[in-house]
Structure formats: C-alpha cells, structure tokens
Design a protein around this ligand. Structure first.
Ligand SMILES: Cc1cc2nc3c(=O)[nH]c(=O)nc-3n(C[C@H](O)[C@H](O)[C@H](O)COP(=O)(O)O)c2cc1C
Length: 149
C-alpha cells in the first residue's frame, strides 16, 4: 500500500499535526507491515506558485499547467499513492496559504465539465482514481476556552 502524506504545516517535522499523522502511519504500518510505502511531501519546502486562473490546463494544454515548478511532481505523487493523507493545522479556519496554492493547482487533474455521476455532481477526474483514497484529513486546532458569562 502506497501512502502519500502532504504535510501542510510550515513547521515541517516539528509540526504537532505531523506528530498525530506519524501516530496514524505507525498504526497503518503495524497492520500492513512491509507492504507499506510512505512518501512525505513538506509543502513548505516545495516551490509551488499560485494558480493563475488561466484554464490553460483545460483548453490549450489539457492536463498540463503553464507554470513550471514543483507541482507536476506533486501530481505524479498523488497519482502514485493509494492513500493520500492531508496533514495540516487550521489557519483562520482554513488551510495554511502554501497548502491552498497546492490544492488549487490540482486543476489539471480534473476535467472541464461536471457530471451527474460524480459525488455532488462535481468535475470527474482526468485520471483513473478508482480505489484511491485521497480525502484523509488530519488537522489540529487549538481549543480556545470559551469565557462563561
Ligand atoms: C496564522 C495562524 C492562524 C491560526 N488559525 C487558527 C484557527 O483558525 N483555529 C484554530 O483552532 N487554531 C488556529 N491557529 C493555531 C494553530 O492551528 C495551532 O498553533 C496548531 O497547533 C499548529 O499546528 P502545527 O504545529 O502542526 O503547525 C492558527 C495559527 C496561526 C499561526
């Protein structure tokens, strides 16, 4: 089983969220043993520019972004993995900025139309993603104690 971890914390290995993710990976390894291959991508170390919103990846060069940076390698890893774990802390109830750039840049992976067969009537994927689980989220937030009035 191939597992990809996208570590979206700017703190890299020191991330508290990543510590939880490691515990999750240890659990998987204890069940699947040597069959487990794990790749970790540290978003903060990657060069991923913001999506330009030009839709070239849908019309001029289907499946290919016009920006040349590390994102093509990320897409290859997403296609490689059976399971993708998105590990990130909450930043203003959302994902950290660089991770949002990565998420947006997945646009070449989906097709430029919506389909009633897909979950929620969304865009079908350009690649065969059947059997892949790529919506595993581990995120950490501080629990702020509410002042009781
Ligand atoms: C810019 C910024 C925004 C944050 N926004 C939230 C938030 O909206 N909700 C929350 O519960 N915690 C928020 N936090 C707290 C982080 O989620 C918390 O520090 C987390 O433990 C960091 O995880 P990490 O060690 O994996 O990077 C924020 C922290 C930062 C630096």
């Amino acid at each position: 089983m191939k597992i990809l971890v996208i570590n979206g914390s700017p703190k890299g290995e020191r991330s508290n969220t990543y510590k939880l993710t490691r515990a999750f990976l240890d659990g998987i390894k204890s069940v699947h043993g040597d069959d487990t291959e794990i790749a970790v991508l540290d978003v903060n170390k990657l060069n991923i520019k913001s999506c330009l919103g030009c839709f070239a990846c849908w019309d001029k060069t289907p499946g290919r972004c016009c920006i040349s940076d590390d994102m093509q390698g990320v897409i290859e890893k997403l296609l490689w993995a059976d399971i993708t774990v998105w590990s990130f802390p909450l930043y203003y109830f959302n994902v950290p900025g660089k991770l949002k750039c990565l998420i947006d840049r997945q646009l070449p992976m989906i097709l430029p139309f919506m389909n009633t067969d897909t979950v929620g009537g969304g865009h079908p994927t350009r690649y065969d993603m059947s059997g892949k689980k790529n919506r595993h989220y581990i995120h950490l937030r501080l629990l702020h104690r509410r002042k009781q009035l």
